[in-house]
Structures are given as C-alpha cells and as structure tokens.
Design a protein around this ligand. Structure first.
Ligand code: MOS
Length: 773
C-alpha cells in the first residue's frame, strides 16, 4: 500500500544539508591527515625529460612529492561494471611513466602538512619536457576518423535498417544539415575529492563517486589488495552528472600518496583542474538528413556523428543512440566516427548521447516541419513510433501522445502563429518551440538489507548512493510503505561499500534498480513478522492465514478485521529479539532477463541470494518475462522565448515539460530532477562551451567566470508535469529513472523557439548573441 510514495515529501537529508551536518567526502577530519595537491602538465604531448622536485621538497611543510619516479606500481583496472566506477583512462594509469597525452594531465602530487603548503610547493615543481606535435581540433582532423566497434557497455554505434540513402533520393521533402555541439564540462558543485586512509593492508576511501561499489572493485584491482580490504564511503555527493560515474586518477592517486606519506591524505581537484582531469562531454558534429513524403511521413533518417576520444581510452558520445527508436521509419542509418585528440578522455555527461543527439535530431525535425508546412507537433504524431522499430519490441509503457497534448495546452501552442518572426511583445520577438525528450529506462541488479529494531524503528542498508537527487528520500518512502511504518521511523543508509551492493548512480537507473530490492527486503521483514505471529499461541493472529494479514501503521492485523492484530514491537518482544532483518537481491536487468550481481567483496552476497529464493516479492518480480519489451521514457519540452532584436539576447520566458516516466515516487524531488535537467539544457543551448587554446590545447574557459552556467536570472517560469502511469513491466514499483531525460530535447526546443522568434536558424551550439545578429 502506498502511503507516502508519490507525495511531495521533503528531503529527509534536507535539514542536514542546509545546516552543514551532511558530511561530504572532503569534509572528514581524520587524525594525522595531510594534504595532496596535484601538479598538471603544461604540454599536450610528449615526455617528461626531467622533473625537478628539489626546491619543492624543501618548501615548508612538504612531506613527499609523488611522481612517476617514486610511485608504486599499479595493476590494470578490472572488476567494475562498465556503467559505474569504470577507470576512465585505461591506458593512462597515473604516474606509471613519463608520457604525456594531454595538457593538464596529472604528473605529480605534492603532499604537505597543510593545503596551503602543498598548494605553494606545487608551483615549485620544475619540469622539462620533450615536446611532440599534438592534435587538438576535431574538424581539422576529421580525416583521421574511424568507426568504433561499440560504445559504453557494448552499445551499438552503427545501426541501420532499410536503405536510407536510396530513400532520400525519392523523398518529396528533404532536409540535410550539420548540427554541432561544443565540449561541455560537468562542473558539479562539489569538487572531485578523496581521502585515503591505510591501516596495514586495509584502505578506506571517502570518495566523491557515483559508485561506491565500482570504486571498491577498481581500487582493489589497481592497488593489488583483496576486495574485502577496501571500503569506500560516499554519504553525500554534491552532483556528479557522469563525471563521478567513471573513476579518474585522483582517487587512486590519493591512496598512492597516503601509502608514500604513511599518513591519511586528502586530495581535492580544484575547479580549474577539473577542466582537464575528470572528463568532459565530447564535441559533436552531426550530419542529419531527413526525407519525407507529401504527408510528412518519414521515409528516411540519416544521422552521422563525428565525436572525439583521447589517445588513452575510447569513449563514444553516442549522439545517434535514440535516432533508430524515436520515430517510425523504414529506412534509418546511424553511424558514429571517432577522432582521437590530445585532450582528456570524454566521458558520460547527463544523458550521454541523447543530450546532444536529441538536439540535432529534434532541430532537424523542426526544419522538416517548416519545409513540409506541417505543425511540428503534428509532424511528430504522424511519425509516432508505436513500437521500438530498432529492437522490434513493444515499449513497456509509452504515453507520449498525452505528453504532446498536455504540453501544447500548457504553453498555449494554439496561440502560436507558425510564421517565423511574426510574434512580438513590445519590441521583443516572441518564439515558441517544442521537441521530444527521451531516455532509456534502465534497471540492473541490486540488493538491500532491512532491519527492524526492538524499539520499532527500521534501518535500510544498500551500497548505492545519493548523488544529490533525492535517493535517500524516495528510498525512505519506498521502505516505509513496504514496512508499514511512518517515514520518521525509517532510516536509510547508503554510500558505504560494505552494504549489500546497489546500482551505480548512472544511466538514470537507481530508482528502478534499488527500489525493488529495498521494497523486497522490507516485505521480507514483514513476512517474518507475520510468520512469528501466526505461529505464536500468544498472538491475536495465532493460526490465521498469512494471506489474510495486512501490515500497516506499525501493526500486523487481519485485513477483514483490523482490530484483531498486534504491534511489531510486541512480536519482537515476545520473540525476545533485539532486531529482525531480511535481505533481498533482485537480478532483473532491462538489458537481459537477469544479470549476475557480482559480489562487492565483504558483503555476503551469496547469503542474500539464498535468502531471496524464499522472498515472494523477489520471486514475483523475477518471474516476469521482460525479453519482449523495450524500456524507454518519453516526454516533451515546449518553450517560449523572447529575443531582443537589437542585442540578440535570448531570454527563456516559459519552459514546460511533460514527462512519461512511470510512477512518480515523490512529486517534489521528481520536479526538481526534471527542472535540473532543463537548467542544464538552458546552459547547453545558450551559454556553456569549453574553449581551448588552439596552440596549446588547454581550456581557457576553466572557471565559472569564463565557462558560463545559467544562474537564477536566466530562469524561466517552469511548468513540469507528469503522466504518472506506472510501468508495470519494469518493476513492481512502476517507476523509471528521471535523472537524465530532463536535459534531452530541451536544447532543441529552445533552438526551435529562437528560429520561430527570429527566422534565423543557428545550428552550432551555444546560440550566443553574436550568432543571432
Ligand atoms: Mo549519468 S551521465 O549516466 O551519470
């Protein structure tokens, strides 16, 4: 029974966060701890001829300087899932040799008693380089592009059906354009930060990560210590957006520094350093061709992407990933080409693939709508995909038509004069634009433990983490409802790799993955309570059928006769139990029917699996055949912009999102998530762009004064609505993840609105005033 799920419950950690009581990874005060500061390369390619640490070593407070000369040997990273905790640069294990692959690569760590001393000494490290000729520019090096075999986790990068090139030739309406997006940086509010503490062979990390379980596996393999001797804690995370989804050199370097100094070490990556050490979003060049017949039906879709990787790993920004699925068409051709550059390896950034990809595709759809003289919403309805034509599967749940209808009504689409540059408010040009949003609904194996204590409160433990999105809150609601307890009596503990392994906070999967495991563990506790009651001659439920019993309001009672029952605390007391616990592992994966849940060493996964065999909630969840289904969320963005014709300034006046993402667990955190994605999209559309020095390959926009992100003054009136229909196929809780879908489509909706306002089509993001004048 849902008592709290869906309600706009306040964040359970809200008070701690606003009062400074929530301890982030850099904020632990460890006895005897010293400070590391990273030193970065100033060339983009070559070798270190000589690294002189002599002067720095004599600087006050300096303890050691870690370089490739005195570094411990690292082992190849292994044992983590591709989606979480993957070591970001597999061919650049830090400080293992003298080679430089990009400007701003970490080449040393200065360890000193205080942060200021380490920072000062970091400028005294002198390096001579043997410089080689680097490559920086994607467009200039497009001739060197190659086709990668696959993307992250084996994602398909070359997809086609029918013959799109042939169909283009005979299309009655066609558009062919190139759309580009620049390099973006995640810029999470919390920096990448690690504290590493060795105790003999055991190492404890406080690490800002989207995957405590992934970092644990990785660090064990790289440092060459048994998994059960590594513990990773990340109680609170100030945003990750994907940059904390992969693991970068800073984490392992902290452990290496702590080993060398024989003291606990804290290493924080500064805002400026983050521009070259912890990932970025690849630039994209998207060539898109759409062909349609007289009625607007798409006869051909081509989406050819050129993106970047580095020389030390292969990451593909799969900008074409949604294209084979989003619209109905018999002829589709999607490709990705990669160019390797001397820059830090790109990595996932909020809706990797879909965010830039829906920009290109949804602007192209708008261009086709104008060319066909069909309303942009209508064009999308004409090409509505009733099923996933790429995978030949039904969608687990899709209510996109309702999103279009609702969104159009909320923005007042019927007031829109389709003629570009035809609408005005005072001197401001007014434009309305829309675009479809989409993101896959991922679910992966997760486990959890629930414990009911003699005083009547319960605790949940799971090695997933809350990256700032509200996971603590919605998991408290999920557990409270399943346990029949008020939320005040449920304490959810996350962010500790010693707990049963939970999903990585990436790919918008935590709610759909961890929620069912927490629910099942909670129901496991209830089931044990009921069994005690019916078997106990002293219980008012003695001899009753389990199926006739309800658990609610901290009691078990006869469903037909609520007065006949007893409190949980009475059962525990009679059984003489201080606590009653249940564990559950759900192996459902939306990629396959089930997947292994590789044990995070130290947590008794085998025991959890055995217990799950008798857990009815797990068994019912796992028996559903999900192979015939494709799992995606959908939605729409409608925006109204005001453009100043003299200054080229764009103000977003109103932004409406209507999302079909299954059950809404918490109306408040859900709206917050979608709004956050939209704000991300506003930045992407109008201002964000990492610019590089063309000669040195170093970002010149490497702080928040030069890399512009949206601020409160840039905010429109937001309207966020949900269809809120449960997806009964993905899981018993009916929810699909919502961390990423908000950013998809929004950039295109803004761009389309700007075109409608001005009649000017800017295909290169960001749409800065100079491009509109
Ligand atoms: Mo997300 S970019 O999968 O953290």
């Amino acid at each position: 029974m849902n008592e709290t799920v869906g309600k706009p419950v306040d964040r359970v950690d809200g008070k701690l966060k606003v009062t400074g009581g929530a301890t982030y990874s850099a904020e632990f005060n460890i006895k005897n701890m010293v400070h590391g500061v990273a030193v970065l390369s100033t060339i983009a390619k070559g070798r270190i001829k000589n690294i002189n640490t002599g002067i720095a070593e004599k600087s006050p407070g300096v303890i050691e300087i870690l370089t490739y000369k005195n570094s411990m040997q690292l082992h190849s990273p292994s044992g983590s899932d591709p989606g979480g905790g993957k070591f970001a640069e597999k061919d650049l294990l830090p400080l293992q040799n003298d080679r430089i692959f990009y400007n701003g690569q970490i080449i040393a760590v200065v360890i000193a008693e205080t942060f200021e001393q380490a920072e000062h000494a970091s400028h005294l490290v002198k390096v001579d380089y043997q410089v080689e000729e680097p490559v920086f520019d994607l467009l200039k090096n497009i001739g060197k592009a190659y086709k990668p075999a696959s993307g992250l986790g084996g994602a398909e990068t070359q997809v086609s059906r029918g013959n799109a090139a042939e169909a283009m030739k005979t299309a009655s309406v066609k558009i062919e354009q190139t759309y580009t997006t620049p390099v973006y940086h995640h810029n999470a509010m919390e920096p990448h930060a690690t504290i590493a503490l060795w105790q003999g062979e055991t190492v404890l990390f406080y690490d800002a990560t989207q995957s405590v379980a992934g970092v644990k596996s990785l660090m064990a393999s790289m440092l060459g210590v048994p998994k059960e001797k590594v513990r990773v804690i990340s109680y609170y995370i100030g945003g990750g957006f994907g940059s904390k989804g992969f693991t970068w050199s800073n984490t392992v370097l902290t452990a290496m520094a702590a080993k060398l100094a024989d003291r606990p070490v804290k290493l924080v990556i500064s805002r400026q350093q983050a521009f070259t050490t912890v990932g970025r979003r690849s630039e994209t060049i998207q060539k898109i061709a759409l062909g349609a017949d007289q009625t607007g039906k798409l006869s051909a879709i081509q989406h050819h992407n050129t993106v970047e990787s580095s020389f030390v790993d292969e990451f593909v920004e799969t900008a074409g990933v949604a294209t084979p699925m989003l619209y109905s068409s018999q002829n589709v051709d999607v490709s990705h080409s990669l160019v390797r550059l001397n820059k830090v390896t790109p990595c996932p950034m909020r809706a990797p693939g879909e965010a830039p990809g829906t920009y290109g595709l949804e602007v192209a759809m708008d261009e086709l709508a104008y060319q066909s003289k069909i309303d942009p919403v209508q064009l999308r309805l004409i090409n509505y995909a009733e099923e996933d034509e790429d995978k030949h599967k039904k969608f687990s749940s899709k209510n996109l038509r309702e999103c279009y209808q609702k969104g159009a009504a909320l923005i007042g689409w019927d007031k829109r004069n389709p003629q570009p540059a035809s609408m005005k408010e005072g001197k401001m040009l007014v434009g309305y634009g829309m675009a479809t949003a989409t993101y896959p609904a991922n679910r992966s194996a997760s486990s959890a433990k629930a414990i009911l204590f003699a005083d009547g409160h319960a605790e949940i433990r799971c090695a997933t983490q809350d990256i700032g999105t509200g996971t603590y809150t919605i998991m408290t609601q999920t557990a409270a409802d399943a346990l029949g307890l008020p939320i005040e009596k449920v304490k959810v503990k996350l962010g500790d790799s010693d707990f049963p392994k939970g999903a990585n906070s990436g790919g918008s999967q935590v709610t759909a993955s961890v929620g069912p495991a927490i629910r099942a563990a909670s129901l496991g506790v209830v089931s044990k309570l009921v069994k005690f009651a019916v078997a106990d001659a002293k219980s008012p439920l003695h001899g009753q059928k389990e199926a006739d019993i309800t658990a609610q309001n901290e009691r078990v009672f006869l469903t037909s006769k609520p007065a006949q029952g007893e409190a949980y605390t009475d059962i525990l007391k009679r059984q003489n139990l201080q606590q009653l616990q249940a564990q559950a592992a759900t192996k459902v994966s939306t990629r396959q029917q089930t997947e292994a849940n590789p044990a995070a060493g130290g947590s008794p996964e085998k025991e959890i699996e055995d217990e799950s065999k008798t857990n009815i909630a797990v068994q019912e969840d796992e028996k559903l055949d999900r192979k015939p289904f494709s799992f995606h969320s959908f939605g729409v963005h409608f925006v109204k912009v005001l453009v100043d014709p003299d200054l080229g300034m764009v103000h977003i006046d109103k932004a409406v999102a209507v999302m079909d993402v299954g059950t809404i667990m918490n109306e408040k955190t859900a709206k917050n998530q979608i709004m956050g994605g939209m704000v991300f999209g506003i930045g992407m559309a109008l201002m964000e762009e990492t610019q590089y020095d063309p000669n040195r390959g170093r970002p010149v926009t490497r702080d928040l004064a030069n890399y512009l992100v949206p601020v409160n003054a840039d905010m429109p009136e937001f309207v966020v609505e949900f269809i809120n229909k449960p997806d009964t196929i993905i899981s018993p809780i009916g929810a699909r993840g919502i961390g990423e879908i908000g950013i998809t489509g929004i950039t295109a909706a803004i761009n389309n609105a700007i075109y409608h306002a001005t009649g000017k089509r800017v295909r290169e993001l960001p749409v800065t005033p100079d491009k509109l004048l």
